[in-house]
Design a binder for this molecule. Structure first.
Ligand code: NAP
Length: 313
């Protein structure tokens, strides 16, 4: 069986930074990624709050730079290679890929991130890819001069609503309360944008289609106002994310929302198993915190295997 020092599962900012630190510490580090490196950040049009880029940087660019930097120090990448199982084997771990290949790792860093939640309303499944989307960067250009609705009130919804105004003639921002959750500075930019119209205190109860694509959304009021059918060409859902922690649910402690519990060094409740980034229970979910936690987890993982395998004199 192939043996590696550190297996990193997930190639977003947490996994890529962990790979950079682990490979630079001269360990054999392999990143397993179910798609291409970059993670959720590649679906973000612009990152304005990552230090060192005063004019901002696109999500795909930052992902690509982090990937190149980790590779430069010798990290290996297995793209389109999802891991299906992690099993302890003495103090090591055996990882099984979707194709059935097995890899022995002395330490594992889980950096699988989170995936967007769905509204789970009638019409959503039927019109996915026909007007319903979770990625403005990917699909925004299909809505040039059209009317779209963005659902949610957090940073993602508000930032992506602003991005969509580059294409759409009008963007409705539908939020279930009368106050946004998003950071104040992002809110100010949103309220100053003339193409964005707020639909406060409303929830989507149905996505209505016509001729095989989205035509409208049905909105119910959370304040007893009459129901409304809003004609739109597209619906972008940004109602939060769910941690991708299923791989380790029987190995280490998760919190009540499924986030992996870690100590301040990224160690889970299982020795040799670390986690970093959006899959963990850390409060601030940003590129910079994911990167920082990835670095800490790699530092600790390297120390753990060096001590265990007596590589340090
Ligand atoms: P989030 O902060 O959890 O916000 C989710 C939003 O969706 C909330 O406004 C919530 O309403 C609403 N919502 C949840 N379930 C809903 C439902 N069933 N129907 C209607 N609305 C629903 O999620 P996020 O915006 O995806 O952000 C995730 C994390 O990434 C956050 O920590 C965020 O700060 C971070 N992030 C940061 C940036 C940045 O700094 N530039 C950009 C993107 C994301 P309530 O407000 O009523 O709960």
């Amino acid at each position: 069986m192939e043996t590696v020092d550190i297996a990193i599962i997930g190639g977003g900012p947490a996994g890529l930074t962990a790979a950079l630190y682990a490979a630079r510490a001269r360990t054999r580090t392999v990143v397993f990624e179910s798609g291409l490196p970059g993670g959720q950040i590649v679906t973000t049009e612009r990152v304005e709050n990552y230090p060192g880029f005063p004019e901002g940087i696109t999500g795909p660019e930052i992902g690509e730079l982090m990937h190149r930097q980790a590779e430069r120090f010798g990290a290996e990448f297995r793209t389109f290679t999802p891991i299906e199982r992690i099993e302890p084997s003495d103090l090591d771990f055996v990882l099984t890929t979707a194709e059935g290949d097995k890899v022995l790792a002395h330490a594992v860093i889980l950096a699988t991130g989170a995936v967007p939640k769905r509204l789970d309303v009638p019409g959503e499944a039927e019109y996915t890819g026909r007007g319903v989307s979770w990625c403005a960067t990917c699909d925004g250009a299909f809505f040039r001069d059209k009317v779209v609705a963005v659902i949610g009130g957090g940073d993602a919804a508000v930032e992506e609503a602003m991005f969509l105004t580059k294409f759409a003639s009008k963007v409705y921002l539908v939020h279930r309360r009368d106050e946004l959750r998003a950071t104040k500075c992002i809110q100010e930019q949103c309220f100053a944008n003339e193409k964005i119209e707020m639909r406060w205190s409303r929830v989507v109860t149905e996505i209505i289609g016509e001729d095989g694509k989205v035509a409208a959304i049905r909105l119910a009021s959370t304040k007893g106002e009459p129901e409304e059918v809003l004609p739109v060409d597209g619906v972008f859902e940004f109602v939060g994310v769910e941690p991708q922690s299923a791989l380790v649910k029987d190995l280490c402690d998760l919190d009540e929302h499924g986030y992996v519990k870690v100590d301040h060094n990224g160690l889970t409740s299982y020795p040799g198993l670390y986690a970093a980034g959006d899959v963990t229970d850390s409060e601030l979910k940003q590129v910079i915190t994911a990167a920082a936690k990835g670095a800490s987890a790699a530092f600790e993982a390297v120390k753990w295997i060096d001590e265990r395998l007596c590589r340090v004199s």
